[in-house]
Design a protein around this ligand. Sequence first.
Ligand code: ADP
Length: 550
Amino acid sequence: MSLMGQMMQQPLLISSLLQHAARHFPNVEIVSKRVEGDVHRSTWAAVARRSRQFAQAMSRLGCVPGDRIATLAWNGYRHLEIYYGSSGSGLVCHTINPRLFPEQIAWIANDAQDAVLCFDLNFLPLVEKLAPQLTSVRHFVLMVGRSHMPAASSLPNLLCFDELVDLEDGAYTWPQLDENTASSICYTSGTTGNPKGAVYSHRSTLLHAYASALPDAMNCSARDTILPVVPMFHVNAWGLPYSCALVGAKLVLPGPHLDGKSLYELFESEGVTFSAGVPTVWLGLITYVKSQGLKFSSFKRTVIGGSACPPAMMKTLQEDFGVEVIHAWGMTELSPLGTLSKLGTQQLKLPPNEQRKLLEKQGHVIYGIDMTIIDDDGHALPWDGQSAGNLVVRGGWVIDRYYGSEASPLVSVDGEPGWFPTGDVATIDAHGFMQITDRSKDVIKSGGEWISSIDLENIAMAHPAVHEAAVIAAKHPKWDERPLLVVVKKPDASVSREELLAFYEGRIAKWQIPDDVVFVAELPHTATGKIQKLKLRDQLKDHVLAQSPA
Ligand code: ADP
């Protein structure tokens, strides 16, 4: 008979993160720039107390374990209290992206069967408009204090968040749930059909929090002041509300104030050391800081992911501002972290330009995730940095199936089942560094060869006159598809189509150089800040290419 371990059994529960932070880092601050306009200061101890009160309030409203508590809210302390108060008590926190179309929001809320909807003040008109379509919501909670409650609202029995919480005494003990209990739900943005729900568990959330806090991942510590620019409705702000509690970091929450000036001021006034967000927000911040001739005094490193971080952006942050950029890849279905670009001792032996090339990739997996690339027949491809294939992953915080669906999305690799197909196309090199070349639906297929739109975008972004760039497939009679570059120029910059195309010479194989350039005032973005290539392709479907290879 095998000998069993004789250690305590403790389920991995989200409430344990909050209890830890409140007990061992009670006075560490949670600072929020509120929708109401002012700055609010709280602590882990106060957030823990109010989270317990929130759990009591939900129970008083008749919520039972498993009920979904939805949010339409920016990053702020009340949102954090809903995260912990709902998941901790066995309810399921469902963060909805308020930037989606109203019909999509209603569809998602109904699909998830949300029982309660909590929302920030600026979403009141939206929720009033949506309410008749929300078939399962029993209670509407406005995330404000009494003084900000509207005199009248069309919402039936609109409740005030602070009033609900203040009514309770906080004498509440977190239940010892099964660690596999659902803790939260996030929907993908539905770039391919209806959005799909990923249902996280306490266990998967805790494992993700541990792994993402590690030095070669986000490197979170009690010495950090962390400002997640990535919204709490975008894959749980990449897990930072959990990993910050795990290490006892100070948390700074910017609310809806995500323009360059507001962010810069908050970084400086609160001494932010670490941040995380998608490339588009950094564009805004960098433009502001540069135009004002400013520097960061405490900001040391940032994780950039969600879409490819252009090397030019990395270079600016690193060389002009001394901010280390950690390029990361993940997705809703992965809670979201999969890989990060950090060098180990082996890579540090390489010459500087090779190190830089590795850092520009999406990086190495973190423990807990396994990945590989496969061809269309399910065979593993070599890790040679050249062969591009479908990226598949597995691990303790990867979905097994989508919410409400019995069908398994998983595929086999060389006959071995249990891998999640990400829909991304990637290479993996001998160092184990993965590089996304495209989403499979964005790949440009020219005469049977694949051209990476990300490579072409990164080159354009390195041109001094380019603010933002997207490369899409344009239909071509001979080659099937050819790359078309769409560019937003920097304010006051001037550059011609010919100059931009000439900029590609020597930087990429000649046959991969885009056939044409279209200048636009702005690019369409998805609700999570990515370039909406489907929409762009549709907008430019009648564009006639100016030149093509013979
Ligand atoms: P959606 O955009 O569908 O809401 P996610 O926010 O989960 O979904 O986005 C996941 C996708 O974003 C990935 O599958 C990948 O295509 C893209 N992505 C994420 N990080 C990166 C990155 N660093 N480089 C390139 N693409 C990325």
